[in-house]
Ligand binder design. Structure first.
Ligand SMILES: CC(=O)N[C@H]1[C@@H](OP(=O)(O)OP(=O)(O)OC[C@H]2O[C@@H](n3ccc(=O)[nH]c3=O)[C@H](O)[C@@H]2O)O[C@H](CO)[C@@H](O)[C@@H]1O[C@H](C)C(=O)N[C@@H](C)C(=O)N[C@H](CCC(=O)O)C(=O)O
Ligand SMILES: Nc1ncnc2c1ncn2[C@@H]1O[C@H](COP(=O)(O)OP(=O)(O)OP(=O)(O)O)[C@@H](O)[C@H]1O
Ligand SMILES: N[C@H](CCC[C@H](N)C(=O)O)C(=O)O
Ligand SMILES: [Mg+2]
Length: 488
């Protein structure tokens, strides 16, 4: 068992009251899960300040308290460690507690507004195909080889994150691919991790409820690259307006990918249809199973990262050609009788929705209608709602606005906010149906043979969260069931 002294290695300590030569059973930032002999780290959160729970943690048996502000009364037999930043300390301490697993593997982080899950999953599947034992930390799920571990966050909290990485090391993983969300960077969930590489996909409108301004959102994402070590690589999307800014201050080895200009990893789309993409990558023509220009970017990012990790270019392209994308991303079914194409996609930002609808537009052969079913999540950025309403209406023939995960909010109010962004002349093609299943059913009944239905926003999700309760809901399952009953 580790001592508190071991666990505090590299933590920026301001004061210590008590003995650090004590064994620590577990680390936690949540007083509700404190057990005897644990260290409780008091973190200031979005809703409450963890410092409020110090006494409660001690009552439950905490042997050590790590905090930014010391309580007025100090309990006997408890070691208090005052630190500059508790959130940052929790990352470093979690690393020490689990023997710094990130130092024993090649850890690659993917950040950006859209594409993280796709890129991380493609890398995991590619390296697995190439014969390596790998780990994956993603929105859809975490994976150690074939073993699936459910994910609660895109990027787990630092204690669970290091515990998972330690499990991956123990299981013999050589490479781990993880999503790095902007929330995770800001909340220091990745503090103390050693990355072998970082990938930037793009930055567009999202999460302004949390980061407040777009500049702050950019700054947070950039700080991931600022903190990469010298030996790592950092690869960016040259076609994104902020692509170069991201790497401005990094110590890592810089690399670029692009579909439009000269770059270290240059691609060109030759064909783009429902069977996939044909691309020129460098001077090699390759067929990929993913669909749409946005996936051409994801594939280039994966290709570049794999080559930077030392894999032979030809081997990468051969294996990547046959690799499929993540669940719920441009996942389509075609009805038997009427050949209606229904696409389930996780587009939950204006840019993602725009890209998916542009891809669908390219797939149309004739006068097929595009019918979009879309909602916006509750307790998330409200400013993206009118924009998503507008994007849907501008780029579809019919729009059915519906609920996503309303969480604590009134779904009808969220829909009203989406409606507010739709220009008057486009209102007539829009209807609003709060019940998501009814909305999908209506889309199917409006569809003529060979029309295309997009059900956006929830992708792989198997639930709909309403007032704190997660009800089973699966867009693809609903589509399949309704197609059968309506015999489309
Ligand atoms: C807004 C946000 O990101 N919140 C995260 C944050 O919680 P918080 O700041 O609200 O915590 P809090 O309730 O204020 O509590 C502060 C501290 O007091 C402690 N506490 C609290 C109560 C108590 O009785 N005792 C106690 O000790 C808490 O454990 C915590 O350490 O820290 C928690 C622990 O790490 C996270 O679980 C939680 O994620 C919430 C559930 C969440 O929904 N987050 C989403 C927005 C998120 O992180 N999403 C990104 C992906 C986004 C994207 O890119 O699309 C992700 O990485 O998943
Ligand atoms: N490179 C890209 N550029 C723009 N849009 C993309 C890109 N890749 C995927 N998308 C769109 O964004 C949606 C989400 O993709 P993905 O799950 O890979 O992103 P993410 O960054 O992991 O999202 P999250 O923030 O929820 O974790 C996809 O369903 C697709 O509509
Ligand atoms: N990682 C994103 C997922 C959004 C998915 C969408 N279905 C929603 O619930 O808003 C978030 O937490 O903002
Ligand atoms: Mg994701």
């Amino acid at each position: 068992m580790k001592t508190l002294r071991d666990i505090l290695y590299n933590v920026s300590i301001q004061a210590v009251h008590g003995n650090t030569d004590i064994a620590i059973h577990a680390l936690t930032t949540d007083s509700r899960s404190v057990g005897s002999g644990d260290a409780f780290i008091a973190v200031k959160g979005v809703h409450v300040d963890g410092h409020v729970y110090i006494e409660k943690a001690i009552a439950l048996g905490a042997a050590a308290v790590i905090c930014e502000t010391l309580p007025e009364q100090l309990a006997e037999n408890v070691c208090y460690v005052q630190v500059a930043n508790s959130a940052n300390s929790s990352g470093i301490m979690a690393g020490n507690f689990y023997d710094n697993p990130s130092h024993k593997i090649q850890l690659v982080g993917v950040t950006g507004t859209n594409g993280k899950t796709t890129i991380a999953t493609l890398l995991f599947r590619l390296f697995t195909k190439l014969g390596y034992h790998c780990g994956l930390l993603s929105t859809v799920q975490n994976q150690i080889g074939d073993t699936v571990i459910p994910a609660t966050h895109t990027t787990p909290d630092p204690i669970n994150l290091n515990a998972l990485l330690a499990q991956m090391v123990a299981d013999g993983c050589l490479y781990v691919f993880m999503e790095v969300s902007s929330h995770a960077i800001h909340q220091q969930r990745i503090a103390g991790l050693k990355f072998a590489g970082g990938i930037f996909s793009n930055i567009t409108h999202d999460h302004l409820d949390y980061h407040k301004t777009f500049d702050e959102y950019i700054r947070v994402k950039k700080s991931f690259f600022d903190n990469l070590p010298t030996g790592a690589f950092a690869i960016t999307n040259l076609d994104d307006k902020r692509g170069m800014v991201m790497l401005q201050n990094t110590k890592a080895k810089k690399a670029t990918y692009s579909l439009r200009t000269l770059a270290d990893f240059k691609g060109k789309i030759l064909e783009n249809n429902l069977t996939g993409l044909v691309m020129l990558v460098g001077d090699t023509e390759v067929h990929f199973r993913l669909i749409g220009e946005f996936n051409a970017y994801n594939l280039l990012a994966v290709y570049g990262a794999a080559v930077l990790l030392g894999i032979d270019k030809a081997k990468v392209l051969q294996a990547l050609s046959d690799t499929t994308g993540a669940e719920g991303r441009f996942d389509y079914i075609i009805s038997d009788k009427e050949q209606i194409i229904a696409i389930v996609d996780y587009a939950h930002t204006p840019d993602a929705l725009k890209n998916v609808l542009a891809t669908i537009k390219n797939l149309r052969k004739g006068n097929e209608q595009v019918i979009t079913v879309v909602g916006c999540g509750g307790d998330r950025d409200t400013t993206k709602r009118p924009v998503m309403g507008d994007v849907a209406a501008e780029n579809s023939d019919r729009v059915i606005l519906t609920s996503d995960n309303p969480r604590s909010e009134d779904p009808a109010e969220i829909i009203r906010e989406m409606e507010a962004g739709i220009p008057v002349h486009l209102k007539k093609k829009t209807i609003s149906i709060t019940d998501r299943k009814e909305a999908i059913k209506t889309a199917l009944s409006l569809a003529n043979p060979e029309d295309i239905i997009l059900v956006a926003g929830k992708g792989h999700e198997k639930y709909q969260e309403i007032k704190g309760v997660k009800h089973h809901f699966d867009d693809k399952e609903v589509l399949l069931e309704l197609m059968k009953t309506l015999e489309k």
